[in-house]
Design a protein around this ligand. Sequence first.
Ligand code: ADP
Length: 320
Amino acid sequence: MHATTTQRIAISTSGLRKSYGDKVVLDGIDLEVAEGTIFALLGPNGAGKTTIVQILSTLIAADSGDGVVGGHDVARDGDAVRRTIGVTGQFSAVDDLLTGLENLNLMADLNHLGRAEGKRRVAELIEQFDLVGAAKKPASTYSGGMRRRLDLAMTLVGSPRVIFLDEPTTGLDPRSRRTMWQIIRKLVGDGVTIFLTTQYLEEADQLADRIAVLDHGRLVAQGTAAELKRRIPGGHIKLQFTDATELDAAAHALAGSSRDDAELTLQVPSDGGVQSLRTLLDRLDSESITVEELSVHTPDLDDVFLALTGQVDNTRSAVR
Ligand code: ADP
């Protein structure tokens, strides 16, 4: 859903640019994230995702353009921005020599929570992030998934209103990834805004209210997963025949289809729904045309990604 006037904006940028030497990393980024929503910045390795997060979390300065987080300008009011946000990155803040509990206590101290409040908050997070059994063990003994959970829990000690998650599930196995997704969904339920970067199309599809696709430092598309999918034509039903006569007859009967004579296949534009499938089969039946094989292709975010960036997302197989 597009941010409306009734929704407050948690994060916005306009004309954000950043170069390193003569390498342009961000080439004018304009985006808006409504409060209490999940925004996914989707892009391949090196697209500039981390650079955007670094600018919005005040770690580095943009060369030009504006960024506003929680109503505060990132360049002029860095302290206020830092008080509003939590960030977990690929380089986690977890100290391996400390236990999970000690790591969390340290964050409570850094956030000046006070003894009683710190204790309460840390206990709550240990419970919520399923770290009860591991809390007293050194973080060095944690699995990848437990580490990410601890890292995110540490970010949440200060109860930030805006959370940046830079590739929160990269390298996790599918089960840990799903656990992380559940945790992230629960956070927005409490009104927190989440800005997520990911290389995984499925992750953006699963979690995000809105998605922006970043490629070579430019946003090449923005919208909901459904809106992005609609931008891609290519939903079709593919029919396979055993001989050219059947193919001929079918091509004749089905207006708007495109044929491949070498493969003996016919592609019929379709939304892939049951009703249109039934209509198609009825039509073939009434003409007594025999189809050897039929497959339905509905566009998914892979198609979107490919169409927008010209690249196949080869990380996706790891998600399944
Ligand atoms: P992503 O997070 O999408 O993988 P990054 O924002 O990390 O992309 O990087 C975008 C581009 O900027 C990459 O080509 C990277 O090499 C370059 N880059 C990032 N940080 C620096 C830096 N400190 N110095 C030089 N180049 C950098």
